[in-house]
Ligand binder design. Structure first.
Ligand code: GLN
Length: 500
């Protein structure tokens, strides 16, 4: 998929063209809106498109540039936002019936920052309901299709953001990652997904799933574009009590450094336990990943095997902590405060209306998590389940901290398998949960993880994950950009053309 259409450019090039007057934000934004009109009937990445709002922002940017104003590095570049992030005056549903029709009265901090950066917002993207899932099949509003093969999933929960970027409906998008929802969709759609260090990007205005894990971050077609967006949205926010008050890692500089293709002196760890067990990765995924590791070695990186024995508990630990926190966070959807209300006939009592609302408003995966989480937090069981999971989380954290004493970053396949076919994993929750086997650890220890396209297996994209220590986002970007420098044509540009 090469060409000289506005939508084929990287975000960096679009920004440069806008700044220097070679293109206007209006025409670039309009080209993406037209692309959405042309292909999203098939892909269904968007739940809401704001043509007027996006073009109005674009026109303002063009006027500001004409007046000679100095704008930020992504000014005028359009962006799509996952529907779990609240946007003032624009419908926000988290792909749940329970929030259908809700119009938030405020912007998330990251949305405020996107607006300050003067980026036109194209609309809101589809996802698994409340960000629970790995395929978008759990969206209450229908699934999103993978632009590489429309019989396959685009990943999840942020499948809409990834598919929008893969199909060139948006050069940039926002995702959120609790256990892998930015990185796994990136891997299976041949796009770049970055989960920042927990706490370095404000959660204020994110519809909460698992508060100790949720992290918003960038979706793009390459490391540098993602890095610039990371810098737009990052930084301390007093409205989020877990926000880190520390300087933002210089990820754009690191991505530019990595693009020079020199990794001499960089020590990359491979976690021994990732390759063990019956659930290890598909051989085609391992081959593509290994070819990426070989290229990193050619650039000068040294590969070191490290051991994280507690890794085997990461998936079960996550599936206690995340549902527990979700059960508490989702208690607020009671039919009184937001969105849907069911069975309020004037006769029924409050409790019955709440229960009918939740019965009608939540889908099956969300209910499964609420039940599991409520059980794990209930009196008599909280120490055995939630408490125990928190202790094991500490062990996992220590394992990874010890690994980062030996290496600068860790590499792995992003996900054990390529995009699977629709319906293949909805019958067995565990099969769906396995998609995040390799991405969950960085959510548990809190560090950054990025997924960069590395190659193909069975004609479908494979991602390589780079994990860094807490606040080591820059090293992750450097390694990812170095890997990109070994590809003549970025994988994101080789996707089969859609909508012809
Ligand atoms: N797939 C994982 C889950 O279902 C992770 C989701 C996410 O990162 N939001 O919980």
């Amino acid at each position: 998929m090469t060409g000289h259409r506005a939508i084929d450019q990287t975000a960096v090039h679009m920004a440069e063209a806008i700044r220097t007057g070679r293109a206007t934000s209006y025409e670039i934004t309009e080209a993406h809106l037209d692309r959405i009109d042309a292909v999203d009937g098939e892909i269904k990445a968007f739940l809401h498109v704001d043509r007027e709002g996006a073009l109005a922002t674009a026109a303002e940017v063009d006027a500001a540039i004409a007046r000679g104003e100095e704008l930020g590095p992504l000014a005028g570049v359009p962006i799509a936002i996952k529907d779990v992030v609240v946007t003032k005056g624009m419908p926000t549903t988290a792909a749940s019936k329970i929030l259908e029709g809700w119009i938030p009265p405020y912007d998330a901090t990251i949305v405020e920052r996107i607006k300050t950066a003067r980026m036109p917002i194209l609309g809101k993207t589809n996802m698994d309901e409340f960000a629970m899932g790995s395929s978008t099949e759990y969206s209450a509003f229908g699934k999103t299709l993978n632009p590489w093969d429309t019989g396959r999933i685009p990943g999840g929960s942020g499948g809409g953001s990834a598919a929008a970027v893969a199909a060139k409906m948006a050069p940039l998008a926002i995702g959120t990652d609790t256990g892998g929802s930015i990185r796994q969709p990136g891997a299976v759609t041949g796009t770049f997904g970055g989960k920042p260090t927990y706490g370095s990007n404000s959660r204020y205005g994110l519809i909460a799933f698992s508060s100790s894990l949720d992290t918003p971050g960038p979706v793009s077609r390459n490391a540098l574009d993602a890095a610039l967006l990371h810098e737009v949205i990052s930084g301390h926010d007093p409205r989020d009590s877990t926000s880190i008050d520390a300087p933002v890692p210089q990820v754009a500089t690191a991505a530019r450094h990595g693009a020079s293709g020199d990794l001499s002196g960089v020590r990359l760890g491979v976690v021994k336990e990732f390759a063990e067990g019956a659930d290890a990765a598909e051989s085609g995924v391992v081959d593509a990943y290994q070819s990426g590791v070989d290229r990193l070695v050619k650039l000068g990186a040294e590969i070191v095997e490290v051991s994280c024995p507690s890794f085997k508990y990461a998936l079960p630990t996550y599936y206690l902590i995340a549902p527990s926190e979700a059960s508490s966070n989702l208690a607020r959807y009671d039919g009184v405060r937001y969105g849907l209300r069911s069975g309020d006939d004037g006769q029924r009592g409050l409790e019955e209306v709440m229960s009918l609302t939740r019965e009608a408003g939540f889908g099956p995966e969300v209910k499964r998590r609420i039940i599991l989480g409520t059980y794990a937090l209930s009196a008599g069981y909280v120490d055995a389940f939630y408490g125990q999971a928190q202790k094991v989380r500490t062990l996992i954290k220590r394992d990874f901290e010890a690994a980062f004493d030996q290496v600068d970053a860790l590499v792995s396949p992003t996900t054990p398998f390529i995009a699977f076919k629709f319906g293949e994993r909805t019958g067995d929750p565990y099969q769906m949960y396995l998609a995040d086997l390799y991405t969950i650890p960085s959510n548990l220890y809190g560090g950054p993880g990025v997924s960069v396209p590395v190659g193909l297996s069975e004609g479908m994209p494979v991602g390589l994950q780079v994990m860094g220590p807490v606040l080591g986002d820059d090293i992750a970007y450097r390694v990812a950009a170095a890997l990109e420098s070994t590809q003549e044509t970025p994988l994101a540009d080789t996707a089969p053309e859609i909508g012809k």
